[in-house]
Design a protein around this ligand. Structure first.
Ligand SMILES: Nc1ncnc2c1ncn2[C@@H]1O[C@H](COP(=O)(O)OP(=O)(O)OP(=O)(O)O)[C@@H](O)[C@H]1O
Length: 361
C-alpha cells in the first residue's frame, strides 16, 4: 500500500498543497515549526479520522479558515482508494471513500493502513496503561472492523453503566443488563488483544534480537483484570463481585478499559526499570512488529510514518530502521538529511518545507 498523492486545503498552516509521493522513501526536511509533522498528521488522519496529536478536530483547521480539507489517493494491491475528508469548525466532518459518503468512521478504518512512529510513542513503554490500551485499540481496529465495532459498543455501555452508578439510587436491574452486555463485548475485546500480543511476541522476538545484536529478549504479556479461562463468564462474575465497590466509587472497576500489557526485556519490567535506550528500542520493536502483523493479515505492508524519530536514535538503531524498510513506503520528517543520504536513491523524494509550503521536491 502506498500514498500516491496528498492534497490539503486550509489544514493547519497549509493554505493549499498538492504533492505526489514516491513508492519508497519520502523525506520532509525543514527547520522547526514549519509544518513537517502537520503533513504526517494529515496522512494519519486519513487512516483513522483522528489526529495522533489532538482529539479536537477544530485545531486542524487553519486559524483563518472555516473548514479544512484533506484528500489522500492510496495505491493498493486490489482497488486503489481515494479518501476525502472535510473538517468543519463545529467539530463535524464528512468522509468520502471513492466519492461515496460514508456514515460511520468504522467504515473508514482499515482502508488506509498506517504505522506512525513519533517521539510521543515512547510513552507506550513508560507511561500509564491508557496509552498502551490506545495503542492496542488503534492497531487492532485497523485490522478488524468487528473489534472497532465492539470497542464503540463497549465504551457506550460503560458510559451508561457509570451514569447509573453516579445516580443516588442505583437501578440494580439496569446494572444486571449492562453487566451482561459489557461481558459479551469485553470478552471479545480481551480475546483479540491477547491474540494481537501473541503476534507481537512472535514477530517482536526476532526483531528485537536483530536490533540488539542478540543481547536482549523481549516479551509482551496481557495484564487482565479478570481470569482468562472463560473470559465472558468471569467478567460477569467480576462485575457482580465488584458492584458494591463500584457503587461506592461511582465507577466501573473491572473490564478491558482497566487492562494493560507488560513489556519485559531479559525478564526485567521495562516500564519500571528499563533504561531510556531500552524503552526506545522496545517501542521500535513494537512498531516494526506492527508492520509485519499488518502485512500478514492484509497481504500488504502499511505506510510507515517516521516523525522526527531518527534524530533520537543511535547509529545502530537508525541503521536498523533504514535498512529494514525495503519495499515499505516510508515518510520521514527531519531537520537534517546528512545521515540519510546513503539510504536514498534516485527513486526517493526529498521535500523542503518552509512556513506551510513545499519549496522544492
Ligand atoms: N490550526 C493551525 N492553523 C495555522 N497554523 C497552525 C495550526 N496549527 C499549528 N499551526 C502551526 O504549524 C506549525 C507547526 O507545524 P509542525 O508541528 O508540523 O512543525 P514541524 O515542522 O514538524 O516542527 P518540529 O521540527 O519542531 O517538530 C507552527 O508554526 C504552528 O503555529
Amino acid at each position: 500500500m502506498y500514498i500516491k498523492n496528498l492534497q490539503l486545503l486550509n489544514y493547519r498552516n497549509y493554505k493549499e498543497l498538492s504533492i505526489e509521493l514516491c513508492k519508497n522513501v519520502n523525506v520532509f526536511i525543514g527547520d522547526n515549526a514549519q509544518g513537517k509533522t502537520n503533513i504526517l498528521e494529515s496522512m494519519y488522519y486519513c487512516g483513522f479520522a483522528k489526529s495522533h496529536r489532538t482529539n479536537k478536530d477544530k485545531e486542524l483547521i487553519n486559524w483563518n479558515a472555516e473548514k479544512a480539507f484533506v484528500s489522500l489517493s492510496v495505491g493498493k494491491n486490489r482497488l486503489d482508494k481515494k479518501i476525502d475528508i472535510n473538517i468543519l469548525k463545529d467539530g463535524k466532518k464528512s468522509i468520502q471513500v471513492n466519492s461515496i459518503k460514508i456514515k460511520k468512521i468504522g467504515e473508514l478504518v482499515g482502508i488506509f493502513n498506517v504505522v506512525m512512529f513519533s517521539p510521543e510513542d515512547l510513552k507506550i513503554a513508560k507511561e500509564s496503561p491508557g496509552i498502551r490500551r490506545k495503542f492496542l485499540d488503534m492497531e487492532i481496529s485497523q485490522l478488524n472492523p468487528k473489534y472497532y465495532h465492539s470497542l464503540v459498543q463497549y465504551n457506550k455501555i460503560l458510559m451508561e453503566r457509570n451514569f447509573v452508578l453516579r445516580k443516588a439510587c442505583n437501578d440494580e436491574s439496569m446494572l444486571d443488563i449492562y453487566d451482561i452486555q459489557m461481558a459479551q463485548f469485553g470478552a471479545y475485546i480481551i480475546s483479540q488483544r491477547i491474540k494481537y500480543l501473541d503476534k507481537l511476541n512472535l514477530y517482536g522476538e526476532q526483531i528485537h534480537k536483530d536490533i540488539t545484536s542478540n543481547k536482549e529478549n523481549i516479551k509482551f504479556n496481557y495484564l487482565c483484570s479478570t481470569k482468562l479461562d472463560d473470559i465472558e463468564g468471569n467478567l460477569i462474575k467480576s462485575l457482580k463481585k465488584n458492584r458494591l465497590k463500584d457503587i461506592d466509587r461511582r465507577n466501573t472497576s473491572v473490564g478491558p478499559h482497566r487492562d494493560d500489557f507488560s513489556i519485559y526485556i531479559n525478564d526485567v519490567d521495562v516500564k519500571s526499570f528499563g533504561s531510556q535506550g531500552q524503552q526506545r528500542t522496545a517501542v521500535l520493536t513494537i512498531k516494526f512488529a506492527s508492520l509485519r502483523i499488518i502485512k500478514e493479515i492484509t497481504g500488504e505492508y502499511p505506510v510507515l510514518l517516521l516523525d522526527d524519530v531518527l534524530s533520537e536514535l543511535d547509529f545502530s538503531r537508525k541503521r536498523y530502521i533504514l535498512s529494514s524498510i525495503g519495499s515499505i513506503q516510508t515518510v520521514i520528517t527531519c531537520t537534517g538529511i546528512e545521515d540519510l543520504y546513503e539510504y536514498l536513491d534516485e527513486n526517493s523524494k526529498v521535500f523542503r518545507v518552509k512556513d506551510g509550503k513545499i519549496i522544492y521536491s
